[in-house]
Write a protein that binds this ligand. Structure first.
Ligand code: SAM
Length: 232
C-alpha cells in the first residue's frame, strides 16, 4: 500500500479505490528496475504516487480530462516534485519517443479509450519490447443483457455500460494484436474492498453509483487485471 493517508486517498478517488487496484495489479508484475513508467489515465494521480513510492524513478502521469497543472501541483505538494511529471495527453497520441518507457500502467481508464482494434498497438509503441503493460478495468461476469441492465439502470445508462466488458471480450480484442502477448487476464480479488471505499465517499458520482449496487450490481461485475508484454 501507499504511504499516503487514507483520508487523502478517499478524497481523491474517481471510482473503485485506485490505490488498492494499482497495488494488486502491479505487485509481482512490475520489475523494480522500471525507471520510466507511464501511468495512463491517471485521473487525480493516486496511482502515479503509488508508482512513485514503489518502483519508478520517473512516473509520467498522463490524463485527458484532468488539467496537468492541477495534477502537478498535487504531486509537488506531496513531495513528488521531480519524480512525477503530469502530462496532458490523449492515450491515442502519447507524446513519448517510441520504445522509451520501461512500463505502462493504466487503472480504471483503458476501457474508456481502448475498446477499438489498434489502440493497444499505438499505446504499446511507447514501451520497450519485452516491457510490461498492466491494465485494470471494471468488468462484467457475463455479456451484458437486458436482465442485467435492469440492475445497472438504477445508476447507469446502456451507453455507459457499453464501456464495461467481460474477460473474454478483452481477451478476444487484445489477442488480435501482434504487438503484445497476453500474460494474464484475471479477476482481481480486491473487488469488495475497492468498491466499498468508493461507495462510501461523499461525492455525487459515488452517491449515484450506490443504487446499482443496492440493486445487485456487485454480483454482476468484477475487476479485471490485464497483464501484457510488448513483443514487437
Ligand atoms: C474513472 S477515471 C479514473 C482515474 C484514475 N485512474 C483512478 O482510478 O482514479 C478515468 C480517467 O480516464 C481518463 N481518460 C479517458 N479517456 C482518456 C484518453 N483518451 N486519454 C487519456 N486519458 C483518458 C480520464 O481523463 C479520467 O481521469
Amino acid at each position: 500500500m501507499t504511504t499516503l493517508t487514507r483520508e487523502f486517498i478517499l478524497s481523491n478517488l474517481m471510482g473503485p479505490n485506485a490505490a488498492i487496484l494499482v497495488s494488486d495489479l502491479c505487485e509481482g508484475w512490475l520489475p523494480e528496475r522500471s525507471r520510466r513508467v507511464c501511468d495512463l489515465g491517471c485521473g487525480n494521480g493516486l496511482t502515479s504516487m503509488w508508482l512513485g513510492d514503489h518502483v519508478a524513478r520517473t512516473v509520467f502521469a498522463v490524463d485527458l480530462w484532468n488539467e496537468a497543472e492541477e495534477n502537478q501541483a498535487r504531486f509537488d505538494s506531496h513531495g513528488y516534485a521531480g519524480r512525477i511529471e503530469a502530462v496532458h495527453a490523449d492515450a491515442l497520441a502519447l507524446p513519448f519517443e517510441p520504445s522509451s518507457l520501461d512500463a505502462l500502467v493504466s487503472v480504471d481508464s483503458y476501457n474508456f479509450f481502448g475498446r477499438e482494434e489498434g489502440v493497444i498497438d499505438r499505446v504499446a509503441a511507447s514501451v520497450r519490447p519485452g516491457s510490461p503493460i498492466l491494465i485494470s478495468v471494471p468488468g462484467l461476469v457475463r455479456p451484458l443483457d437486458d436482465d442485467m441492465m435492469k440492475v445497472f439502470s438504477a445508476s447507469w445508462t446502456r451507453e455507459q455500460m457499453d464501456y464495461i466488458w467481460t474477460r473474454d471480450q478483452w481477451a478476444e480484442l487484445l489477442g488480435r494484436s501482434s504487438s503484445v502477448r497476453i500474460d494474464d487476464i484475471s479477476e482481481q480479488g480486491c473487488f469488495e474492498e475497492a468498491w466499498s471505499d468508493w461507495l462510501s465517499c461523499d461525492n455525487e458520482y459515488a452517491r449515484g453509483d450506490r443504487a446499482a449496487f443496492a440493486a445487485g450490481a456487485g454480483e454482476l461485475m468484477n475487476l479485471l487485471a490485464i497483464r501484457l508484454t510488448r513483443i514487437a
